[in-house]
Design a protein around this ligand. Sequence first.
Ligand code: DAT
Ligand code: MG
Length: 151
Amino acid sequence: GIKERTLVAVKPDGVQRRLIGDVIKRLEQRGFRLVGLKMLQASDKLLAQHYVSLQKKPFYASLLYYMTSGPVVAMVWEGHNVVRSTRMLVGSTDPAEAALGTIRGDFSVHVSRNVVHASDSVEGAEREISLWFQRSELIDWEGCDHKNIYH
Ligand code: DAT
Ligand code: MG
């Protein structure tokens, strides 16, 4: 439905490299709606929950170290098929495999510094959004362009 939501986060490398605006620009111009936004220093506890499925990976410790190395910008975006479309817009996990025109394909080189996070399923998005945001931090609003983006 058009109320589908996804979690996007500009990772510490993206923040340091001044790419927050580029990430927001691409999601906005696609027609998605920003319903939550904050900058934060993510805690180990939050990231351990966020990346629970990667606990056994050899890169897990360095991933958490990197993700806590500086501020991240967490966002919730809403729209029709926003989870799948945002994954397409972000590109493959390894920037070497990411198509040009995607965020990772245009702005990154190495898998361990791939600029942005995006939820990979609707269920995953719901889980991640509830980890990163309080309900009161999400704003339900309708854009004046709604009828031009949808039918
Ligand atoms: P994605 O971020 O595309 O959903 P993922 O969930 O498989 O990818 O992994 C989460 C993050 O972990 C990924 O964005 C970067 C890091 N990562 C994944 N595979 C890695 C690897 N082989 N070496 C180093 N970091 C890796
Ligand atoms: Mg993932």
